[in-house]
Design a protein around this ligand. Structure first.
Ligand SMILES: CC(=O)N[C@H]1[C@@H](OP(=O)(O)OP(=O)(O)OC[C@H]2O[C@@H](n3ccc(=O)[nH]c3=O)[C@H](O)[C@@H]2O)O[C@H](CO)[C@@H](O)[C@@H]1O
Ligand SMILES: C=C(OP(=O)(O)O)C(=O)O
Length: 427
């Protein structure tokens, strides 16, 4: 097992290329199950979630060719093999196997998903959707059993705006008989990306990206080629890094419209941002002001950027309040930031950050993916060396992290953990 080492204090300058979106890729790969022939997906990010899903598709008989930035899936010989354990627990998006396999085979057995531990992450809205389409759903010893004689379109109102439930219901509904209407649907760009792939496969979907999605079921779906949208969360993380430690950083291969809430908050802090078609140029300012943020569903401020943004706020003057309305326990990075010298306390669903603090390198642990990103931001600005364990979380979502940061002038590298450190991780 490796740990990430950062020697802080070096300014960042240059260009960083943004990879394809993790949260699209992890839905597009399971969506390929629904096709009758080869589906090729490019602009694929090199992250562990993609590898895990490729292996899961192979477990059910898929032929998968995976190269650096492209995956081709031939679903022709797939079968409804139960996947109750193992890899499904290692990522969140394995829940999309429920919708895709139910849509294709009318049955599936899938273990409960893993993913970042951010407090309770129920899947009741996914199940409500599957049941409305005619599936019988039971939870037996931690695995979800789904079975339907026939899937029939239905009107489904989501009680909670959920990215996962919206996509999962789309996957189950595209081959159902008749029309499905998803009301109070999530509007994230990744939902549009999945709808675009399904439409290229022959599905009939209207309204993706709005809060009402209409799906007219079709009998069969064919193979196609699809290119993944840029990762707005990875882009946002580099924007935050640039605002923390950058001089002039160009964020390339990005859809600026997808990060408008972050652009607005960075400008409010005093950061200068030049926006063009698919690039953003960030000029850092030494005198940044603290701001308050509240995470909301898209197009609000994304919860996935709340953690790295907290690290930036430790470097801004004054008091900032960060409130997460999506997850009530997404503050595991705060204790680690305090160990590095940040003046932060958590009260209920908010973190109160008093800046500006001088951060000191320390041994810290990434408890989840974006907590890891928060610690990378803090490590780059801190004095001395920061050692980050829990890299398996960071590797789920950041493609070529060290390579990209070294390209910007950071001092960052991986080292093997010592026996003693491995023991501590296990205990
Ligand atoms: C793989 C993927 O795309 N992950 C993203 C997805 O996660 P995920 O799809 O799990 O997140 P959701 O949008 O479903 O969750 C939003 C909120 O709804 C709640 N909820 C959700 C489903 C449900 O059936 N019942 C319920 O109560 C959740 O607990 C949470 O409080 O969207 C989150 C919110 O933008 C992001 O943080 C994750 O990066
Ligand atoms: C919470 C996240 O991922 P997941 O839903 O895959 O755990 C994330 O990407 O920040």
């Amino acid at each position: 097992m490796d740990k990430l080492m950062i020697e802080g204090g070096y300014p960042l300058e240059g260009t960083v290329q943004i990879s394809g979106a993790k949260n699209s890729a992890v839905a597009l790969i399971p969506a390929a199950i629904l096709a009758d022939s080869h589906v090729t997906i490019d602009n694929l990010p090199e992250i562990s979630d993609v590898h895990l899903l490729a292996e899961l598709l192979q477990e059910i008989g898929g032929e998968v060719e995976l190269s650096k930035h492209e995956i081709t899936i031939n679903p022709a010989n797939m079968i409804a093999m139960p996947l109750p354990n193992g890899r499904v627990k290692k990522l969140r998006a394995s829940y999309y196997l429920m919708g895709a396999m139910l849509g294709k085979f009318k049955k599936a057995v899938i273990g409960l998903p893993g993913g970042c531990n951010l407090g309770p992450r129920p899947i009741d809205q996914h199940i409500k959707g599957f049941e409305a389409l005619g599936a019988k759903v039971t939870n037996e010893q931690g695995a979800i059993y789904l079975r339907a004689d026939e899937l029939r379109g239905a009107r489904i109102y989501l009680d909670v705006v959920s990215v996962g439930a919206t996509i999962n219901i789309m996957l189950a509904a595209v081959k159902a008989k008749g029309q499905t209407i998803i009301e109070n649907a999530a509007k994230e760009p990744e939902i549009i990306d999945v709808a675009t792939l399904l439409t290229s496969m022959g599905a009939r979907i209207k309204g993706a990206g709005t809060n009402v999605i209409r799906i007219d079921g079709v009998d069969s779906l064919s193979g196609c080629r699809h290119s993944i949208i840029p990762d707005r969360i990875e882009a946002g993380t580099y924007m935050i890094l640039a605002a923390t430690m950058g001089q002039k950083v160009l964020i390339d291969n990005i859809i600026p419209y997808h990060v408008e809430s972050l652009i607005a908050k960075l400008r409010e802090m005093g950061v200068t941002i030049e926006v063009s078609d698919d690039q953003l140029l960030i000029h850092n300012s030494k005198d940044k002001k603290g701001v308050d943020i509240k995470t909301l569903v898209y197009p609000g401020f994304p919860t996935d950027l709340q953690q790295p943004f907290s690290s930036l706020l430790t470097q801004a003057e004054g008091t900032s309040i960060v409130t997460d309305t999506i997850y009530n326990a997404r503050f595991k990075h705060i204790d680690e930031l305090r160990r590095m010298g940040a003046n932060v306390k958590v009260e209920g669903r908010s973190a109160i950050i008093n800046g500006k603090s001088k951060l000191q390198g320390a041994k810290v642990k990434a408890s989840d993916l974006r907590a890891g990103a928060a610690l990378v931001v803090a490590g780059l600005v801190a004095d001395g060396i920061t050692e980050i364990t829990g890299l398996e979380h960071i590797d789920r979502g950041y493609a070529n992290l060290e390579e990209k940061l070294i390209g910007l002038g950071a001092k960052i590298w991986r080292e093997k953990m010592t026996e003693e450190e491995l023991e501590q991780v296990k205990s």
